[in-house]
Design a protein around this ligand. Structure first.
Ligand SMILES: *Cc1c(COP(=O)(O)O)cnc(C)c1O
Length: 389
């Protein structure tokens, strides 16, 4: 018997992807200047980053990082439970809990790990996990990891979610949804999901990676905007690498949730704590995100400008009021060609293709930032109209 070779199979899968215009390519960015990036020796205006408030390069964050690194060193050196949990982490957790109006918060090294950790800790084998079809990959992976029965409802279809809950009325159940959908930019039907959970005895988990800093009073996120407190939505997860411009993630909610995660969330227990200096920089980001509302105002103006300009030019946009403004193309090869043409014109806008998005819905994922100028957006609109004509 000859055993198939794993790496040969991987290479064959890669060849299939290339055939279908689905191959991914790692690009190295040589320099960053505000929203501009230098790739392959060319300066491009970037519309790809999730740095929605323009904080990633902020001098105060850089200074806080450097100062804290001098005090704490670079690495935490250990897991949180084994001496890696520093004053900087505790202070950041308090600041995040206060901002989001939750009792407690717990840091994770990445959003991906936070979602795996929550789902694996709260769900037992055979429990029901009901999720939006367009949820982020790590929510799906977390449900698989937990051994839960995963049911995925058509995007934003709360009636379908209810039918899925009704299939197992006695099983412990979690309903999980992105707050803002990462590839479409629309906001989940949060009040309806909260009602559904209340009437069906399920717990609600919201991944607000793209809502925190952007939506709600002081940027406290999509749940704050919808007026849903900890009782209505007990599990809030959000990332620190998007609007806050740093890296990492947190889960916020009642003390019982956080205590349970400290015990049982394996991606929290068995991993090195985030560098304390990152926590210090993030605390500055939280303060700026809360206080400097002009960032959200400018961003909102750019979003309105982009949508109006796109409509005037006949571009197909998704129904999004957030900084994620996908321009729908359809075929993967066409989306790729459009991204390449935009790059030739001086813009970095990624083509997003299956399996990241459903088949036939390839798109240019334009993201806007408070660091963009109106003139950047105007130039992009003209280039999009030329390229997609
Ligand atoms: C980016 C993202 C994550 C993962 O967060 P990282 O910190 O980048 O690992 C999780 N959920 C959603 C919705 C995201 O957009």
């Amino acid at each position: 018997m000859s055993r198939p070779d794993l790496l040969a199979r991987l290479a064959a899968a890669q060849a299939d992807r290339a055939q279908a215009a689905l191959l991914r390519r790692l690009r190295t960015v040589d320099a960053v200047d505000g929203t501009d990036i230098v790739v392959a020796g060319r300066r491009l205006t970037g519309f790809a980053s999730n740095d929605y408030l323009g904080l990633a390069g902020h001098p105060e964050l850089v200074e806080a990082l450097a100062t804290a690194a001098r005090r704490w060193g670079v690495g935490a050196g250990a897991a949180h439970l084994l001496g890696g949990h520093r004053e900087e982490h505790a202070a950041l957790e308090e600041a995040l809990a206060r901002w989001t109006g939750r009792a407690r918060a717990l840091l994770f090294s990445t959003g991906y790990m936070a979602n795996l950790g929550v789902l694996q800790a709260v769900l037992a084998r055979g429990d029901l996990c009901v999720q939006d079809k367009l949820n982020h990959a790590c929510l799906i992976d977390g449900a698989h990891l937990a051994g839960a029965v995963l049911r995925r409802y058509p995007h934003a279809d709360v009636a379908a979610a209810q039918r899925q809950l009704d299939t197992a009325p006695a099983a412990p159940a979690l309903v999980a949804s992105d707050g803002v959908f990462s590839m479409d930019g629309d906001v989940a039907p949060l009040p309806a999901l909260a009602d559904l959970c209340r009437t069906h005895g399920a717990s609600l988990m919201i991944d607000d990676a793209h809502g925190l800093g952007v939506l709600g009073p002081e940027g406290a996120g999509s749940l704050a905007e919808a007026g849903l407190d900890e009782a209505a939505a007990p599990i809030l997860m959000a990332t620190l690498g998007k609007a806050l411009g740093v890296a990492g993630a947190f889960v916020a909610g009642p003390a019982a949730l956080i205590e349970g995660l400290v015990q049982f969330a394996r991606p929290h227990v068995y991993t090195t704590a985030m560098p304390p200096a990152l926590a210090a920089a993030t605390r500055v980001a939280v303060r700026l995100a809360r206080e400097e509302s002009w960032r959200r105002q400018h961003l909102a103006a750019l979003i309105a400008q982009f949508r109006l300009g796109a409509a005037q030019r006949g571009l197909a946009l998704a129904a999004s009021r957030t900084p994620i403004q996908p321009v729908l193309v359809g075929a993967s090869d066409a989306a790729l060609a459009a991204a390449q043409a935009l790059e030739a014109a001086g813009f970095f806008v990624p083509a997003i293709r299956p399996p990241t998005v459903p088949a036939g819905s390839a798109r240019l994922r334009v993201t806007l930032s408070a660091a963009h100028r109106q003139s950047d957006v105007e130039r992009l609109l003209d280039a999009l109209a030329r390229v997609l004509r």
